[in-house]
Design a protein around this ligand. Structure first.
Ligand code: HSE
Length: 297
């Protein structure tokens, strides 16, 4: 049996739309065995979300890798235990894609390198910003050149924490992208590249002064925030409570507040505020995962 543990991820990080993401310490643990025949998808704590047939994302990702390397498995058994909230903008599907492909690569004789697996994962997932930190950990900046991903991974100071606000409703990435415009004014593109570059530098240095400006974005959040209950209120309150930068995680609906002190006081006060304002969400403080996907045999 092969066990792969893959972290949750938070993509975009403000201005880094589709190219920046960070791994955090919630995990999907996937156990995979090759069996004599068929497909068995067994015992999972998120069973209600998981197709137990050929549409299963871990399985589809495994097949994509088997196709690539020309391997034919007899049969496959998959078991998952996931702490990653599903369809909340925390990389639950990327964890399935990355985990399925890493396991399939081992089963089929380790023919692909991690960068090659990443390129293949991009074909299945469609974006790079969650799969890259899910695989390599830390904060990742990725660029796509045709079918190839070039990335840089930054180890983040563990004193920097990610207070995640997880609402009680879902928003799928595909649906959320429909709210985005087809074109972006030149000035907005300049606005975003200046901030994404500054954001990455602050995070690499572990110096968060200025992060509040560098997290600002004109590419996706202004178009998406009306679908996120209490976005402006939560954002305003987060800065009052000491957030250094607050942003919509991936395509939402979760939000992230980057903090570097008084972690539990922040979460307690944010939870109290949301309760008082009838915002159905919970705030939890997460740490960075600087390691990425881990394999156990
Ligand atoms: N960057 C994507 C989006 C989500 O904002 O639609 C994660 O891949």
């Amino acid at each position: 049996m092969i066990t792969v543990r893959i972290p949750a991820t938070s993509a975009n990080m403000g201005a880094g739309f589709d190219c920046m993401g960070v791994a955090v310490n919630l995990y999907n643990t996937i156990e995979i065995s090759e069996i004599k025949s068929g497909l068995e998808i067994v015992g999972s704590n998120v069973a209600e979300f998981i197709p137990r047939n050929g549409r299963n994302l871990v399985y589809r990702s495994m097949l994509a890798l088997f196709d690539e390397v020309g391997y034919k498995a007899c049969g496959i058994r998959i078991r998952q235990k996931s702490d990653i909230p599903v369809t909340r903008g925390l990389g639950s599907s990327s964890a399935c894609v990355v985990g399925g492909m890493i396991a399939a690569n081992i089963l089929s004789g380790k023919k692909l390198s991690y960068p090659e697996i990443l390129n293949l994962a991009f074909k299945v997932e469609g974006h790079t910003d969650n799969i890259t930190p899910a695989m390599f950990g830390g904060m990742c900046i990725s660029a796509v050149d045709g079918e190839k991903i070039i990335h840089k991974s930054i180890k983040i100071d563990p004193g920097i924490k990610f207070a995640v606000i997880i609402p009680d409703y879902f928003i799928g990435t595909r649906k959320s992208r429909k709210t985005l415009p087809d074109k972006l004014p030149y000035a907005d593109a300049v606005f975003n590249i200046s901030r994404a570059a500054g954001f990455a530098l602050c995070m690499a240095e572990g110096k968060l002064d200025g992060l509040r400006e560098f997290v600002r974005d004109r590419m996706h959040q202004p178009y998406r925030k009306d679908n996120i209950s209490g976005f402006d209120k939560i954002s305003e309150k987060s800065y009052e409570l000491g957030s250094k930068a607050t942003y919509l995680s991936g395509s939402g609906p979760s939000m992230i507040c980057i903090i570097n002190e008084n972690y539990s006081v922040f979460a307690d006060n944010m939870n109290k505020f949301m309760k008082e304002n009838d915002i159905a969400a919970v705030c939890r403080v997460l740490s960075v995962d600087n390691v990425g996907a881990v394999v156990k045999y």
